[in-house]
Design a protein around this ligand. Sequence first.
Ligand SMILES: Cc1cc2nc3c(=O)[nH]c(=O)nc-3n(C[C@H](O)[C@H](O)[C@H](O)COP(=O)(O)OP(=O)(O)OC[C@H]3O[C@@H](n4cnc5c(N)ncnc54)[C@H](O)[C@@H]3O)c2cc1C
Length: 362
Amino acid sequence: MARVVILGSGISGHTAARYLNKSLRKEHEIIMVSPNPNWNWIPSNIWVGVGQMKEEDVTFDLADVYKRKTNIDFRQAKALSIHPEGSKASEKPFVTVEYTLEGKAGEQENIEYDYLINATGPKLNFGATEGLGPDHGHTVSVCTPSHAIEASEKLQSTIEAMRQGKECTIVIGTGHGMCTCQGAAFEYIYNVEHVLKDAGVRDKARIVWLSNEYELGDFGMGGVHIKRGGYITNGKTFAESLMVERNIEWITRAHVSKVEAGKIHYEILDGSTHEIEFDFSMLIPPFAGVGLQAFNKDGGDITSDIFAPNGFMKVDADYTPRPYEEWSARDWPKHYQTPLPIPSPVLENTLVKNPSVCNTLI
Ligand SMILES: Cc1cc2nc3c(=O)[nH]c(=O)nc-3n(C[C@H](O)[C@H](O)[C@H](O)COP(=O)(O)OP(=O)(O)OC[C@H]3O[C@@H](n4cnc5c(N)ncnc54)[C@H](O)[C@@H]3O)c2cc1C
């Protein structure tokens, strides 16, 4: 009998759990450790952020689904550290977790594993830019359902002000030079534009796209080609056309360095610095790993062996910078795995691209 522990029941962790549940024989154990009682279809938060979907449309109760439909043992807890060699007291590798479940909150437990899937996803790193984000800053976010609800409420107040005759500036995009999720903001800006039109206040709004992309339509991955109506169009032409048609301005190659109430400071790649005032702004934060630690058998800290400085787990993909022509499919292995020679595999399942990680166990 083998025990698989999965850390993080987000898009990839939940997918891995369901595949394992379907494919593994019943004598194997699947334990899911995740701090949030709800699953969230994150891409649809952009609809919650304009009031066209409710939180309950984009979430469901994880414990209930696992109990009714699966062989998955759900522990509402967050992982704190990985011990891939075990410890002096335990031969088996384990993770230390801390419960977030009401009535058990703060309790810690060591959970042993034969296989570990790390699917803890990104930490929303608002702290990277002074004044960014909903909790301690001046901008809103659509990264979680509660953020998106707040964004929708603030958008409604801005619409109300425009109905009273106020001219407003709306800035949507990325909140740091190292952001990687431009697509979410790109979708949200069109939702906002549409809602403003519906509310009859589009003529009162200046809408600006502010992004760290090198070119519009880059989406942080060197652009895309879109096949439509018999034409193949590059992302730059496609995105620029969409924005011109809707009278949306754009600023690219921008690193947001600071946000104050109603004012964004940013630097362009050419070194020039600028400011833009806003009435409503949704800026996506940069991402980091969630901050898991790792220890060897003697209790020595091996976090920097297993995790990169940004907190994401090191994997056996080859990300060495080199010219485009020198990249090959082999650089992205089918199963991301820690390259360290540790006794039991730790698999990285961050980002939905890799649910096939489960094949390793079958
Ligand atoms: C607004 C928005 C729209 C998007 N739209 C798209 C889209 O249209 N298409 C697309 O491909 N991608 C989209 N993305 C990106 C996509 O949502 C992410 O790539 C995807 O969610 C990553 O999946 P994941 O499982 O790695 O992380 P997540 O889905 O973030 O899941 C991580 C899980 O780990 C849990 N966790 C965190 N810390 C711990 C811990 N210490 N211990 C245990 N568990 C922990 C979290 O609670 C969560 O359940 C969008 C992102 C955003 C923000």
